[in-house]
Design a binder for this molecule. Structure first.
Ligand code: TXA
Ligand code: MG
Length: 326
């Protein structure tokens, strides 16, 4: 199929919305990463998303809405703390897991009786959902296993010819995927860390909020099925260096020199802070691949704040948990 490249001009977004309504797939920008969208209420559109990405079918999709109130058409549990959280943070980088209504097909939820709902902040994304007139199921718009796309060119690299259209919107300001908060239990629980911290969730709801234990214990099954899969993997081997910033920099420089002298093609990723790392990590991993790097040496962060922890969650997966203390 020939993939159409559309702008964020109103007539182009209307063309994209038509494609969604007819059961097709459109990649679009959000404030976190680019999403690959299809009509969330159409089982065959959801199946097509899995096919285009090469994604395992037990890994549920996030359903995107343009306005918080639309959550009420997907779940009958949009009240109390869930509604309070949504009101405080949406539109924004947070996804809520709630029991699903019958209109949401199991093809969209990977067979689960719950649905993950998110109202993105990106203006083009919101117009797309609004003009489509349906909620839009969208995983990150990468081929399964690859780093998530943060600019439209990443989507083209992975999915050109496999999807109907790409909206060439702005690059993603967040850079890592939304915080997923499970709201089906007595207390909110974070299933995937992101820019919205557990402290913030606690502050808004007045309830204690922690992380799914499986995030720190690989022997447990994560409650977000997608968290068990190999993710964000660059083609190169990757090593994380943990320790004091000066020591890390020195160790990376020394090892990079040694490896280069051995004829290895080395990429170095040193970040000043986790916010910058969040914005750049996925693009830098893709860049290292494009340049044919065989080994990536990257600085790690102490996991002492929510943002550091969220970035390390991605970096550890990219590096296959290969971490060196210096
Ligand atoms: O920022 C984001 O959330 C981006 C943009 C496009 O919105 N989307 C995204 O989707 O990261 P994806 O498919 O790459 O990740 C979705 C995650 C997976 O780990 C999946 O298992 C989890 O959400 N998930 C979806 N529905 C769920 C549910 N009902 N219960 C638990 N986890 C769920
Ligand atoms: Mg993804």
């Amino acid at each position: 199929m020939e993939t159409k490249y559309l702008t964020t001009a109103d007539e182009d977004i209307r063309t994209a919305a038509d494609i969604i309504r007819r059961g097709g797939l459109v990649a679009f920008p959000t404030e976190t990463v680019y999403g690959l969208g299809g009509n969330a209420l159409n089982a065959s559109a959801s199946k097509a998303i899995y096919e285009a990405k090469g994604r395992p079918s037990d890994n549920p999709l996030i359903v995107h809405i343009a306005h918080a109130e639309e959550a009420g058409s997907l779940t009958d549990a949009f009240f109390g703390s869930a509604k309070t959280l949504a009101r405080a943070i949406w539109p924004g980088p947070m996804t809520l897991v709630l029991p699903k209504l019958g209109c949401v097909p199991y093809e969209t939820t990977g067979g689960l009786d719950t649905v993950a709902i998110r109202c993105p902040a990106n203006e083009a994304a919101r117009r797309l959902i609004e003009y489509s007139g349906v909620p839009i199921a969208a995983p990150s718009a990468n081929s399964s296993g690859r780093p998530s796309p943060t600019v439209w060119q990443h989507v083209r690299d992975d999915l050109d010819g496999r999807i109907d259209a790409v909206i060439m919107g702005e690059s993603c300001i967040g850079g890592i995927e939304s915080t997923i908060v499970d709201m089906t239990g007595e207390l909110p629980m974070i299933l995937r860390p992101g820019l919205i911290s557990p402290e913030r969730v606690s502050e808004i709801t007045g309830l204690p909020c922690g992380y799914d234990d499986a995030l720190s214990d690989p022997s447990l099954a994560p409650m977000a099925p997608g968290m068990k899969y190999k993710h964000y993997a660059p083609k190169a081997d990757m090593i994380l260096y943990a320790g004091k910033p000066e020591a890390v920099r020195a160790a990376i420089e020394k090892d990079a020199e040694k490896l280069s002298a051995e004829g290895k093609k080395v990429a170095v990723l040193i970040y000043e802070d986790a916010r910058t790392a969040a914005q750049r990590l996925f693009a830098d991993l893709r860049c290292a691949d494009r340049e044919g790097a065989e080994i990536i040496l990257a600085s790690a962060f102490p996991e002492d704040t929510a943002i550091n922890y969220s970035v390390m969650n991605r970096m550890l997966k990219s590096a296959g948990y290969n971490i060196k203390e210096v």
